[in-house]
Design a binder for this molecule. Structure first.
Ligand code: FE2
Ligand code: FE2
Length: 273
């Protein structure tokens, strides 16, 4: 057997499996693998950071809606309904998944609104109304510049979910298709859910009455092309909600933020009484 490095012919240094050329190629291959692994690790860390960013934003949104809905279910239901409507009109899966999460953050800007306004049982006076309406731009401001596509969509929804199809909404008085699609979808989900549940300023409307209202507002507040598909969604959604078959809704009961805020409210109420 020939000893390594001994009696090596010159051509073997250039062409053989142990040639310098082969060793350099092997080294380059390993370096490329290392680089790829480092990139995968970076992607995983970025994904983790983005998910933490989303979770944080969702907690802000839950806190923002706390005075309207102490269960956190409004945000969740709006997201779920928005996702169902996006699927109903045939939007691609990625968009549907994205809007389901993004729409949960629609009212995140309410975190900046005075509680006395949020809790007022009667109609708001003009200055209170201006303050309340600011939540759309506050929400967009909070989410602007996000790298995560869900948060980017959420910023658009936060800003435009109170625009009206006829241009009478706020904050930008956009009309018809100039209102971003995600905001048009979210508007239907948000209004239906708000109408059919108790708010500080109103009782829960029966489903049938809420549907009549949605139809009346088709082409006024809502995109008329979305209202009929939304009513088809409700035919599946309403029985599923009544039977507790909306996946994920129950998990909100164990949300730490909601539990801690409830505890805080009870403590304050106890110390005042
Ligand atoms: Fe809102
Ligand atoms: Fe809402």
């Amino acid at each position: 057997m020939r000893q390594e490095g001994v009696n090596v012919q010159p051509h073997e240094l250039i062409h053989g499996p142990n040639s310098i050329k082969a060793k350099v190629e092997k080294h380059e291959e390993l370096a490329a693998i290392h680089e790829e692994l480092a990139k995968l690790r970076t992607d995983a860390i970025l994904k983790e950071i983005r998910s933490v960013a989303y979770d944080t934003a969702e907690n802000w949104a839950l806190a923002a809606e706390f005075f309207d809905d102490q269960t956190g279910q409004h945000c969740f239901r709006v997201g779920h309904l928005a996702g169902m409507l996006a699927r109903e009109i045939g939007l691609e899966n990625e968009y549907c998944v994205r809007i389901e999460h993004a729409a949960r953050l629609h009212d995140i800007g309410k975190i900046g609104i005075n509680e006395m306004i949020l809790l007022k049982p009667g109609p708001l006076d003009p200055s209170e109304l201006t303050a309340m309406r600011a939540h759309a731009e506050v929400g967009a401001f909070m989410l602007q510049g996000a790298k995560d596509p869900v948060l980017q969509m959420a910023a658009v929804i936060a800003k435009h979910h109170h625009e009206w199809w006829n241009g009478a909404g706020y904050p930008s008085s956009l009309a018809d298709r100039r209102i971003p699609m995600a905001a048009r979808i979210c508007a239907l989900a948000d209004v239906y859910d708000a109408l059919t549940h108790v708010r500080p300023y109103k009782g829960a409307w029966p489903h049938r009455v809420a549907v009549e209202e949605m139809l009346n507002l088709s082409g006024v507040q809502f995109d008329p092309h979305l209202v009929r598909p939304f009513l088809r969604v409700l035919e599946r959604y309403v029985p599923a909600l009544a039977d507790g078959r909306i996946p994920g809704l129950d998990q909100l009961k164990t949300n730490g933020l909601i539990a801690s805020r409830k505890k805080l409210m009870e403590t304050i109420a106890g110390s005042v009484a």
